[in-house]
Design a protein around this ligand. Structure first.
Ligand code: SF4
Length: 282
């Protein structure tokens, strides 16, 4: 069986940067390293960091004196100030620079009196963080939600960095009916722009697609959606989820992985597929 791996697959620039920053802090023996919210949407990578003594904290109240990381998804200015006011805490900002562009554009549009619309997932930390930069901003994720908006004089748009461009185009087209003036900052990041077409390209060539990454990872779920429109696709987190029956009659299997999927997980999946007799494949 031939295995085709989409390039890029696995850690994007922003996730790699944030993990490297935490690894550096571990190597420097910084005290009591805590990450505010899951640093990546990947349970295996989080466990790997927890095994090295790093703690994940989900609320300001849980934070103890020591070192606190802001994850790649970023946070709102209000939460930033709350973290900064914590005593005996060194705050390290690992927000991805592409997310910062989204946040800055949301702020700029708000200051220029645009009704800011964030095209994104309502409960995603990145969209919620960006929302905090623009008072009164609204997160929408579908054409129907765009259609339901009231008309306003000026609409300003920023986009969650990992969305599918084609889906965003449709929402923006609907927004044109809602204001006389509309300004759009396309803040989909370069990693997303490359990853989705690469996955699509491999899906065209393969008989079956395996998409690897956290079930809680929005960008991995979207990769699986993109691939499933082309070929039968399975979204798995680890090699143990592979099933032999999926591979019957398959001569080419394609692999793509989300921006938060570590290389060691991708390698385990590739090796398990290569050794279909191993215990990994049930
Ligand atoms: S997906 Fe893009 S914006 Fe998000 S962390 Fe990765 S590089 Fe940054």
């Amino acid at each position: 069986m031939e295995i085709l791996i989409a390039e890029p697959s696995g850690f994007c620039f922003g996730v790699k940067r944030s993990i490297d920053m935490v690894e550096k802090a571990i190597a420097e023996k910084k005290p009591n390293i805590q990450i505010f919210g899951p640093i990546v949407h990947n349970p295996q990578q989080i466990k790997a960091l927890e095994d090295k003594g790093v703690k994940m904290v989900n609320s300001i109240e849980e934070i103890q004196p020591g070192t606190v990381f802001i994850r790649a998804h970023g946070i709102s200015p209000k939460v930033f100030q709350q973290l900064k006011s914590k005593q005996e805490v060194e705050l390290i900002d690992a927000t991805c620079p592409f997310v910062k562009v989204e946040q800055e554009n949301a702020k700029k549009l708000s200051e220029e009196s645009y009704q800011v619309i964030i095209i994104g997932e309502k409960n995603h930390p990145e969209a919620l963080g960006a929302q905090g930069f623009a008072e009164g901003s609204i997160i929408i994720g579908t054409v129907e939600e765009a259609r339901a908006l009231k008309e306003v004089p000026k609409i300003g748009v920023v986009v969650q960095t990992t969305l599918e461009p084609e889906a965003v185009d449709k929402i923006v087209a609907e927004l044109y009916h809602k204001a006389k003036e509309i300004r759009v900052y396309n803040t989909i990041c370069q990693s997303t722009k490359m990853r989705q077409p690469a996955a699509r390209n491999i899906a065209e060539k393969a008989d079956l697609m395996i998409v690897v990454g956290g079930k809680n990872s929005g960008n991995t779920r979207r990769l699986a959606e993109v691939c499933s429109r082309i070929k039968p696709t399975h979204h798995i987190e680890t090699a143990v989820e592979l099933k032999k029956e999926w591979f019957k009659g398959v001569s080419k299997v394609g692999i793509s992985a989300g921006a938060s999927t570590p290389d060691f997980i991708i390698n385990e999946v590739v090796n398990a597929i290569k050794n279909m007799d191993s215990d990994h494949v049930k």
